[in-house]
Design a protein around this ligand. Structure first.
Ligand code: ATP
Ligand code: MN
Length: 455
């Protein structure tokens, strides 16, 4: 059985007047005792199909009548253009074969009512209602969620294209690690085999590829990955998962500015690729295409942390110099942004040891976060790395971090260290922001959060 005809192509008018065989799933069914209207869907779209008692004969017609949603079928018939039919085309059914039925005692559980769930502010909870999360495996085939999966695929492709186009080499790091990148509070400990010589050594799931990327930096000079990262995030925001997809890059002979060029480059390339590949999908979920085009076409301004703090204080937000910006503050700050902005030069006390201290003013580190507009907040975190052996030892000791698990990291500096840097981009976050999703949980097939690890 090979499928040759796709509903998306039928809706483009490629088969008008021709007999075709369509394989797909029943999305809707209604009609009278003589005439039934079916909406058939496949991965590329949906189409209205008309079944007439005269044409089908009683046996087939009765099978069609009341056929259950999500039954899989093969329909044969002639395609015609039709102004009344959604999408502009229609199939006159000449024969039908049921491939996989649906148990009438357990009909497809997702319907208009289950999709109409809203939060306390009346916003739709497409990605968040417990019912839809419990039925995630079935929800994936409902229009809006299928669209999110396509947008996601477009973003992954764009990231690979961007980095490979810039001569970066794809490189993989281990997921079982012994040290933290982003601070101990979000580490997931794993019950790993015990090391008899070192029984206290703990093993964790990785929070980032970065430390291992730096080890390969002197070998590859320009490297990137797209891989899962794990963080024991307690916060139940619409932007945090415990398992997320992390696009990271590392680059030798580069400073903070050189790294930001690529952060801007890859995000603009993702926006442009989505517009090129998924205009129809974005429109189908009511996303404003002009906004996405604006993010693709315009440069992203840079602003120092101090300036951001002043703006926030001016808006009456309570923030002290030295605090990291949590999501609520990023959200206020980015409400008025028309494109993403880089925030640079955070206070040293707000950031981990690997961030390079600014030689011009030791209160700051040479780092950046890219904050997305529409109140979305951080999508990239990156910067220059502390790259001399002397400085990395000082920073590690100053932080009170044990040296042992980081010896391999220190060694990168001991043997011909060079200035370098990189960033991490949350792919799910970028897709969620560009798609205008209601939650990050909408754009990952099976979201993992502090309370959710099934199905
Ligand atoms: P936040 O303050 O928003 O939690 P972070 O400062 O912990 O982010 P980084 O450690 O800089 O984030 O990670 C790099 C990027 O990875 C972030 O900019 C974000 O896009 C993404 N990211 C980080 N944590 C998560 C998460 N829990 N779920 C989804 N994406 C995440
Ligand atoms: Mn975080």
């Amino acid at each position: 059985m090979v499928k040759t005809t796709w509903i998306g192509d039928v809706q483009k008018g490629q088969y008008n007047g021709k007999e075709v065989e369509l394989m797909g799933w029943i999305k809707r069914e209604r009609g009278s005792n003589k005439l039934r209207f079916i909406v058939l869907r496949d991965s590329t779209g949906s189409i209205q199909c008309v079944g007439k008692l005269d044409a089908l004969g009683e046996k087939s017609f009765n099978l069609l009548k009341g056929i259950l949603i999500e039954t899989s079928v093969i329909l044969k018939g002639v395609v015609s253009a039709s102004e009344k039919a959604p999408g502009g085309h229609e199939l006159q059914i000449s024969s039908m074969e049921i491939v996989g039925g649906v148990n009438s005692e357990r009909p497809f559980p997702i319907n208009e009512d289950s999709l109409r769930v809203v939060d306390e502010n009346g916003s739709p909870l497409y990605g968040g209602s417990e019912f839809l999360l419990n039925h995630r495996h079935l929800y994936l085939r409902v229009g809006r969620q299928t669209t999110m999966l396509k947008l996601r695929s477009s973003a992954f492709g764009a990231i690979h294209n961007y980095f490979r186009g810039q001569e970066f080499i794809e490189y993989q790091a281990p997921n079982f690690v012994a040290g933290a990148v982003e601070g101990g509070s979000t580490l997931f400990e794993v019950p790993y085999f015990q090391d008899e010589d070192n029984p206290d050594q703990k093993v964790y799931l990785t929070q980032s590829w970065q430390l291992y990327a730096e080890a390969a930096m002197p070998a590859l000079e320009r490297l990137y990955t797209i891989a899962p990262s794990f963080r024991a995030e307690q916060s139940r925001t619409r932007r945090h998962l415990t398992e997320f997809w992390h696009a990271e890059m590392e680059m030798a002979w580069a400073n903070n500015n050189d790294i930001m060029v690529h952060g801007e480059g890859v995000v603009r390339h993702i926006a442009k690729t989505m517009l090129d590949e998924c205009e129809q999908e974005l429109t189908s979920i009511d996303r404003d295409l002009d906004l996405v085009a604006r993010y693709a076409d315009n440069p992203y301004p840079r602003m120092r942390y101090d300036e951001a703090v002043e703006i926030l204080q001016g808006k009456g937000v309570k923030i002290e110099w030295g605090e990291d910006l949590d999501h609520s503050k990023e959200s206020v700050l980015t409400k008025d942004f028309d494109v993403p902005h880089f925030l640079t030069h955070y206070p040293k006390i707000a950031k981990p040891f690997y961030h390079r201290v600014d030689p011009d003013d030791e209160k700051y580190v040479l780092c950046h976060d890219l904050l997305a507009p529409e109140g979305y907040g951080e999508i990239i975190g990156g910067g220059e790395r502390t790259w001399t052996e002397k400085e990395i030892l000082e920073r590690i000791d100053e932080e009170g971090t044990p040296r042992d698990p980081y010896q391999f990291y220190i060694d990168v500096r001991s043997y011909g260290g060079v200035p370098h840097g990189g960033f991490g981009l949350g792919v799910d976050r970028v897709v969620s922001w560009l798609a205008g999703a209601t939650s990050i949980r909408e754009v990952i097939p099976f979201p993992r959060t502090s309370r959710r690890f099934t199905p």
